[in-house]
Ligand binder design. Structure first.
Ligand SMILES: [Zn+2]
Length: 290
């Protein structure tokens, strides 16, 4: 199997933020995938439009952020960040269009970050617009699918996603599970894996036609903003999710979401490694029949 990976330089902007590497991370992950000869094909994202954002956000808020009159998720009004927003969300939507398109790949990646704290009318915690909900709403509005599942395994609770689901009335068509709402500590790892096991029944009942999977690297036990799973457990997490998709015949579109570990020299090689491990898990499941 080869994994289409939606990314281009236009998704990358200098956020001016020291904690979150999310603006520079996609380029580093893309470079590492290439350098380590992963079986991936890089595809450029199509941008989404203001109308696409407005489907799940307050129109006034969308306009103000895009025009630099209101703060983005990094707490500034950078024109560079504003210009990247149609492409970061666009990368997730483009990835879904590929997954639902004629070649039907079972796994597609979007090198985008978390999205999930972005609320109906407010940016928060590195998230400006909620690309998960923009994507789900687009697919539903354009009759590409009838049901979408969002499996959010970032360490943090996807509060913005829940708010938008309530605000837009899309809950009947979107299955949303944010593990970060419940699983926070290393002693909950067993309960987390039990929840993953139970997920199969949920998905069989809901019958989503595509799964959006936030494969957050901040779930790692060493992450300064998160942490309850070891590297090995994170591999088991990813493998379980990809196996479920394979078993149920549902394509999985995954993205990077959070990850904040720093190397001694300030680099993010540990975070990049964790993201590559997610690609490894997808390839392992589909190439070796795991
Ligand atoms: Zn997070």
């Amino acid at each position: 199997m080869r994994v289409p990976v939606v990314y281009s330089q236009v998704m990358v902007a200098d956020s001016g933020h020291e904690v979150s590497p999310s603006a520079s991370k996609p380029g580093l992950v893309a470079a590492a995938l290439k350098a380590q000869e992963y079986a991936v094909d890089i595809v450029a994202p199509e941008p989404v439009s203001a109308e696409d954002f407005i489907r799940v956000h307050d129109p006034r808020f969308v306009k103000a952020v895009l025009e630099g009159r209101e703060d983005n998720g990094f707490g500034n009004r950078s024109a560079e960040v504003a210009a990247s927003l149609p492409y970061t969300t666009g990368s997730l939507l483009t990835a879904c269009k590929i997954a639902l398109g004629p070649s039907r790949p079972m796994v597609v990646a979007s090198l985008s970050s978390g999205f999930h704290h972005a609320r109906f009318a407010k940016a928060a915690d590195f998230c400006t617009f909620n690309g998960l909900m923009v994507t789900a709403a687009y697919l539903l509005a354009n009759s590409r699918v009838k049901r979408v599942a969002i499996l959010d395994a970032d360490y943090h609770y996807g509060d913005g996603t829940d708010e938008i689901l309530d605000q837009t009335g899309l809950r009947a068509n979107v299955f949303h599970l944010s593990f970060g709402q419940e699983f926070k500590r290393p002693d909950q790892a067993d309960a987390f894996f039990a929840r993953l096991e139970a997920l199969e029944q949920d998905l069989r009942r809901f019958e989503p036609q595509v799964i959006l999977y936030q494969a957050g690297a901040d779930a790692h036990i060493d992450d300064p903003l998160g942490g309850f799973l070891t590297t090995e457990q994170m591999g088991a997490r990813d493998e379980k999710i990809f196996s479920l998709g394979k078993q149920l015949g549902i394509p999985i579109v995954f993205n990077l979401a959070g990850g904040y570990q720093r190397d001694a020299d300030g680099g993010i090689s540990k975070v990049v490694r964790l993201h590559l491990n997610t690609f490894s898990a997808a390839l392992r499941v589909h190439d070796t029949g795991a």
